[in-house]
Ligand binder design. Structure first.
Ligand SMILES: O=P(O)(O)OC[C@H]1O[C@H](O[C@H]2O[C@H](CO)[C@@H](O)[C@H](O)[C@H]2O)[C@H](O)[C@@H](O)[C@@H]1O
Length: 274
Protein backbone atom coordinates (compact mmCIF):
# COMPACT_ATOMS: atom_id res chain seq x y z
CA UNK A 1 0.00 0.00 0.00
CA UNK A 2 1.28 3.51 -0.75
CA UNK A 3 0.18 6.78 0.83
CA UNK A 4 -3.42 7.15 -0.41
CA UNK A 5 -2.98 10.92 -0.71
CA UNK A 6 0.34 10.57 -2.58
CA UNK A 7 -0.88 12.95 -5.31
CA UNK A 8 -1.56 15.58 -2.70
CA UNK A 9 1.74 15.75 -0.82
CA UNK A 10 2.30 19.06 1.02
CA UNK A 11 5.72 20.61 0.44
CA UNK A 12 7.34 23.00 2.91
CA UNK A 13 10.27 25.37 2.77
CA UNK A 14 13.22 23.32 4.09
CA UNK A 15 14.73 26.45 5.70
CA UNK A 16 11.73 27.45 7.80
CA UNK A 17 10.60 24.12 9.24
CA UNK A 18 10.11 24.13 13.03
CA UNK A 19 12.74 22.30 15.06
CA UNK A 20 11.73 18.86 16.35
CA UNK A 21 14.17 19.07 19.24
CA UNK A 22 11.92 20.34 22.05
CA UNK A 23 8.63 19.23 20.52
CA UNK A 24 8.50 15.57 21.48
CA UNK A 25 5.14 15.73 23.24
CA UNK A 26 3.62 17.67 20.29
CA UNK A 27 5.02 15.12 17.81
CA UNK A 28 3.88 12.00 19.62
CA UNK A 29 0.33 13.04 20.58
CA UNK A 30 0.36 10.44 23.35
CA UNK A 31 1.41 7.67 20.92
CA UNK A 32 4.44 5.37 20.91
CA UNK A 33 6.97 6.11 18.14
CA UNK A 34 8.31 3.68 15.55
CA UNK A 35 11.60 5.31 14.50
CA UNK A 36 13.10 5.11 10.99
CA UNK A 37 16.57 6.59 10.48
CA UNK A 38 18.71 7.32 7.47
CA UNK A 39 22.45 6.62 8.01
CA UNK A 40 24.76 9.07 6.16
CA UNK A 41 24.15 12.68 7.18
CA UNK A 42 21.77 11.59 9.93
CA UNK A 43 23.51 9.09 12.22
CA UNK A 44 26.99 9.89 10.91
CA UNK A 45 28.24 13.15 9.36
CA UNK A 46 28.99 13.39 5.63
CA UNK A 47 32.71 12.76 5.11
CA UNK A 48 34.98 12.49 2.08
CA UNK A 49 35.28 8.72 2.07
CA UNK A 50 32.19 6.49 2.62
CA UNK A 51 34.38 4.00 4.52
CA UNK A 52 35.23 6.68 7.09
CA UNK A 53 31.57 7.27 8.01
CA UNK A 54 31.73 5.16 11.16
CA UNK A 55 29.14 5.32 13.91
CA UNK A 56 30.41 6.78 17.19
CA UNK A 57 30.11 4.52 20.26
CA UNK A 58 27.90 7.24 21.82
CA UNK A 59 25.44 7.17 18.91
CA UNK A 60 25.42 3.34 19.06
CA UNK A 61 24.51 3.52 22.74
CA UNK A 62 21.76 6.04 21.97
CA UNK A 63 20.29 3.70 19.34
CA UNK A 64 20.59 0.71 21.65
CA UNK A 65 18.63 2.50 24.40
CA UNK A 66 15.99 3.74 21.95
CA UNK A 67 15.49 0.24 20.53
CA UNK A 68 14.76 -0.99 24.06
CA UNK A 69 11.66 1.27 24.25
CA UNK A 70 10.31 1.26 20.66
CA UNK A 71 10.91 -0.27 17.19
CA UNK A 72 13.91 1.24 15.37
CA UNK A 73 14.98 0.75 11.73
CA UNK A 74 17.90 2.14 9.71
CA UNK A 75 16.84 2.83 6.11
CA UNK A 76 19.89 3.45 3.97
CA UNK A 77 21.19 3.73 0.44
CA UNK A 78 24.17 1.70 1.60
CA UNK A 79 24.49 -2.02 1.12
CA UNK A 80 22.46 -3.70 3.86
CA UNK A 81 25.37 -5.79 5.14
CA UNK A 82 27.60 -2.71 5.12
CA UNK A 83 25.23 -0.58 7.20
CA UNK A 84 24.56 -3.49 9.59
CA UNK A 85 28.32 -3.76 10.07
CA UNK A 86 28.59 -0.05 10.81
CA UNK A 87 25.73 0.04 13.33
CA UNK A 88 26.48 -3.32 14.98
CA UNK A 89 23.21 -3.69 16.92
CA UNK A 90 21.09 -6.78 16.64
CA UNK A 91 17.82 -5.35 17.99
CA UNK A 92 17.33 -2.99 14.99
CA UNK A 93 15.79 -3.48 11.53
CA UNK A 94 17.86 -2.59 8.45
CA UNK A 95 16.73 -1.66 4.94
CA UNK A 96 19.73 -1.41 2.61
CA UNK A 97 20.18 -0.58 -1.10
CA UNK A 98 17.51 2.15 -0.73
CA UNK A 99 15.00 -0.28 0.76
CA UNK A 100 15.39 -3.26 -1.59
CA UNK A 101 17.13 -5.50 0.98
CA UNK A 102 15.60 -5.78 4.47
CA UNK A 103 16.73 -7.62 7.59
CA UNK A 104 15.86 -7.70 11.27
CA UNK A 105 15.90 -9.57 14.55
CA UNK A 106 14.94 -13.23 14.47
CA UNK A 107 16.74 -13.92 11.18
CA UNK A 108 14.34 -11.74 9.21
CA UNK A 109 15.65 -11.28 5.67
CA UNK A 110 13.55 -10.32 2.69
CA UNK A 111 13.75 -8.41 -0.60
CA UNK A 112 10.21 -7.11 -1.09
CA UNK A 113 11.04 -4.68 -3.93
CA UNK A 114 11.65 -7.56 -6.36
CA UNK A 115 15.08 -6.35 -7.52
CA UNK A 116 16.78 -9.73 -8.01
CA UNK A 117 16.26 -9.61 -11.79
CA UNK A 118 18.34 -6.40 -11.93
CA UNK A 119 21.50 -8.11 -10.66
CA UNK A 120 22.93 -9.06 -14.13
CA UNK A 121 22.42 -5.45 -15.34
CA UNK A 122 24.10 -4.12 -12.19
CA UNK A 123 27.01 -6.55 -12.64
CA UNK A 124 27.51 -5.46 -16.27
CA UNK A 125 27.10 -1.77 -15.44
CA UNK A 126 29.74 -2.07 -12.72
CA UNK A 127 32.27 -3.52 -15.19
CA UNK A 128 31.45 -0.84 -17.78
CA UNK A 129 31.73 1.99 -15.25
CA UNK A 130 35.08 0.78 -13.97
CA UNK A 131 36.35 0.67 -17.56
CA UNK A 132 34.99 4.09 -18.58
CA UNK A 133 36.24 5.75 -15.41
CA UNK A 134 39.75 4.30 -15.40
CA UNK A 135 42.22 7.09 -14.70
CA UNK A 136 39.68 9.58 -13.34
CA UNK A 137 41.21 10.92 -10.16
CA UNK A 138 39.13 10.61 -6.98
CA UNK A 139 36.19 8.72 -8.51
CA UNK A 140 34.70 5.87 -6.49
CA UNK A 141 32.38 3.19 -7.88
CA UNK A 142 30.65 1.66 -4.85
CA UNK A 143 28.69 -1.52 -5.55
CA UNK A 144 25.82 -2.39 -3.31
CA UNK A 145 23.65 -5.50 -3.76
CA UNK A 146 20.91 -3.47 -5.49
CA UNK A 147 22.60 -0.23 -6.56
CA UNK A 148 25.85 1.27 -7.76
CA UNK A 149 26.94 4.61 -6.34
CA UNK A 150 29.25 6.62 -8.59
CA UNK A 151 30.86 9.06 -6.14
CA UNK A 152 32.41 12.27 -7.46
CA UNK A 153 32.98 14.16 -4.16
CA UNK A 154 36.77 13.82 -4.57
CA UNK A 155 36.90 14.30 -8.36
CA UNK A 156 38.47 17.57 -9.64
CA UNK A 157 35.70 19.96 -10.83
CA UNK A 158 36.82 19.81 -14.45
CA UNK A 159 36.35 16.03 -14.53
CA UNK A 160 32.95 15.77 -12.80
CA UNK A 161 31.03 16.07 -16.09
CA UNK A 162 33.03 13.17 -17.52
CA UNK A 163 31.95 11.01 -14.56
CA UNK A 164 28.29 11.98 -14.94
CA UNK A 165 28.42 11.40 -18.72
CA UNK A 166 29.92 7.92 -18.17
CA UNK A 167 27.16 7.01 -15.69
CA UNK A 168 24.44 8.22 -18.07
CA UNK A 169 26.04 6.39 -21.00
CA UNK A 170 25.97 3.14 -19.03
CA UNK A 171 22.36 3.81 -18.01
CA UNK A 172 21.28 4.14 -21.65
CA UNK A 173 22.53 0.57 -22.24
CA UNK A 174 20.59 -0.92 -19.28
CA UNK A 175 16.88 -0.23 -19.27
CA UNK A 176 16.61 -2.30 -16.06
CA UNK A 177 18.39 0.56 -14.26
CA UNK A 178 17.53 4.20 -13.55
CA UNK A 179 19.46 7.20 -12.19
CA UNK A 180 19.18 8.42 -8.60
CA UNK A 181 20.92 11.63 -7.53
CA UNK A 182 22.39 12.12 -4.04
CA UNK A 183 25.11 14.05 -2.25
CA UNK A 184 27.99 14.28 -4.76
CA UNK A 185 26.91 10.89 -6.07
CA UNK A 186 24.90 9.53 -8.99
CA UNK A 187 23.40 6.13 -8.31
CA UNK A 188 22.32 3.43 -10.75
CA UNK A 189 19.29 1.71 -9.22
CA UNK A 190 16.81 -0.96 -10.30
CA UNK A 191 14.19 0.64 -12.55
CA UNK A 192 11.35 -0.42 -10.28
CA UNK A 193 8.60 1.34 -8.36
CA UNK A 194 10.27 0.82 -4.97
CA UNK A 195 12.06 3.22 -2.65
CA UNK A 196 12.73 4.02 1.00
CA UNK A 197 9.10 5.09 1.52
CA UNK A 198 7.79 1.75 0.29
CA UNK A 199 10.30 -0.09 2.49
CA UNK A 200 9.04 1.88 5.52
CA UNK A 201 5.43 1.10 4.59
CA UNK A 202 6.40 -2.59 4.18
CA UNK A 203 8.08 -2.68 7.62
CA UNK A 204 5.11 -1.00 9.32
CA UNK A 205 2.78 -3.67 7.92
CA UNK A 206 5.15 -6.58 8.59
CA UNK A 207 5.77 -5.52 12.20
CA UNK A 208 2.05 -4.89 12.77
CA UNK A 209 2.73 -1.21 13.52
CA UNK A 210 -0.22 0.22 11.59
CA UNK A 211 -1.98 0.80 14.90
CA UNK A 212 -3.78 3.90 16.24
CA UNK A 213 -1.38 4.08 19.22
CA UNK A 214 1.80 4.08 17.03
CA UNK A 215 3.28 7.12 15.29
CA UNK A 216 6.05 6.52 12.71
CA UNK A 217 8.88 9.09 12.72
CA UNK A 218 11.34 9.20 9.81
CA UNK A 219 14.58 11.19 10.13
CA UNK A 220 16.78 11.79 7.08
CA UNK A 221 18.87 14.38 5.26
CA UNK A 222 18.86 13.42 1.60
CA UNK A 223 16.75 13.46 -1.58
CA UNK A 224 16.05 9.73 -1.27
CA UNK A 225 14.49 10.38 2.15
CA UNK A 226 11.81 12.55 0.51
CA UNK A 227 10.03 9.35 -0.62
CA UNK A 228 9.74 8.30 3.02
CA UNK A 229 8.65 11.78 4.19
CA UNK A 230 5.95 11.77 1.51
CA UNK A 231 4.88 8.23 2.32
CA UNK A 232 4.32 9.09 5.98
CA UNK A 233 2.52 12.41 5.50
CA UNK A 234 -0.85 12.14 7.23
CA UNK A 235 0.09 9.01 9.20
CA UNK A 236 3.56 9.84 10.56
CA UNK A 237 6.12 12.62 10.70
CA UNK A 238 9.14 13.42 8.56
CA UNK A 239 12.11 15.21 10.13
CA UNK A 240 14.69 16.72 7.79
CA UNK A 241 18.32 17.00 8.93
CA UNK A 242 20.37 20.05 7.92
CA UNK A 243 19.90 23.22 5.84
CA UNK A 244 18.07 22.72 2.54
CA UNK A 245 17.13 25.14 -0.22
CA UNK A 246 14.62 22.76 -1.82
CA UNK A 247 11.03 22.27 -0.68
CA UNK A 248 10.47 19.12 1.36
CA UNK A 249 7.69 16.77 2.45
CA UNK A 250 9.19 16.73 5.97
CA UNK A 251 7.34 18.73 8.62
CA UNK A 252 10.09 19.30 11.18
CA UNK A 253 13.85 19.71 11.13
CA UNK A 254 16.98 18.97 13.12
CA UNK A 255 20.21 20.87 12.61
CA UNK A 256 22.81 18.10 12.32
CA UNK A 257 23.93 14.67 13.56
CA UNK A 258 24.47 16.05 17.09
CA UNK A 259 20.89 17.30 17.22
CA UNK A 260 19.65 13.95 15.89
CA UNK A 261 21.40 12.26 18.79
CA UNK A 262 20.02 14.78 21.33
CA UNK A 263 16.53 14.24 19.89
CA UNK A 264 16.81 10.43 20.09
CA UNK A 265 18.07 10.64 23.69
CA UNK A 266 15.16 12.91 24.68
CA UNK A 267 12.72 10.65 22.82
CA UNK A 268 13.95 7.60 24.76
CA UNK A 269 13.51 9.36 28.10
CA UNK A 270 10.06 10.60 27.10
CA UNK A 271 8.84 7.14 26.01
CA UNK A 272 10.26 5.57 29.20
CA UNK A 273 8.35 8.06 31.38
CA UNK A 274 5.01 7.56 29.59
O1 LIG B 1 20.64 6.69 2.61
P1 LIG B 1 21.93 6.99 3.29
O2 LIG B 1 22.16 6.11 4.48
O3 LIG B 1 22.07 8.43 3.64
O4 LIG B 1 23.06 6.64 2.23
C1 LIG B 1 23.22 7.51 1.08
C2 LIG B 1 24.57 7.25 0.48
O5 LIG B 1 25.50 7.48 1.54
C3 LIG B 1 26.89 7.25 1.25
O6 LIG B 1 27.37 8.29 0.41
C4 LIG B 1 27.23 9.58 1.01
O7 LIG B 1 27.97 9.63 2.24
C5 LIG B 1 29.41 9.48 2.10
C6 LIG B 1 30.02 9.45 3.50
O8 LIG B 1 29.68 10.58 4.24
C7 LIG B 1 29.95 10.63 1.25
O9 LIG B 1 31.36 10.49 1.06
C8 LIG B 1 29.24 10.62 -0.12
O10 LIG B 1 29.65 11.74 -0.88
C9 LIG B 1 27.72 10.67 0.06
O11 LIG B 1 27.05 10.52 -1.19
C10 LIG B 1 27.09 5.87 0.66
O12 LIG B 1 28.43 5.74 0.24
C11 LIG B 1 26.13 5.56 -0.48
O13 LIG B 1 26.23 4.20 -0.85
C12 LIG B 1 24.70 5.81 -0.01
O14 LIG B 1 23.79 5.57 -1.06
Amino acid sequence: MTNPSATNIQKYNGKTLPSALHKISELLHGKTPAVFLDYDGCLSPIVKDPEMAVLTPEMRETLQKLAEVCPVAVVSGRDRANVEGLVKLDNLYFAGSHGFDISGPGNMHTEPGGAKAAIPALDNAQVELNKLLTGVKGVLVERKRYAIAVHYRNVPDEQVQRVLDAAHEVLTRHKELKPGPGKKVLELKPNLDWHKGKAVRWLLAELDLNQPNIIPLYIGDDLTDEDAFAELQGSGIGILVGEHDEDTAAEYRLEDVEEVQAFLEALTLFVKKE
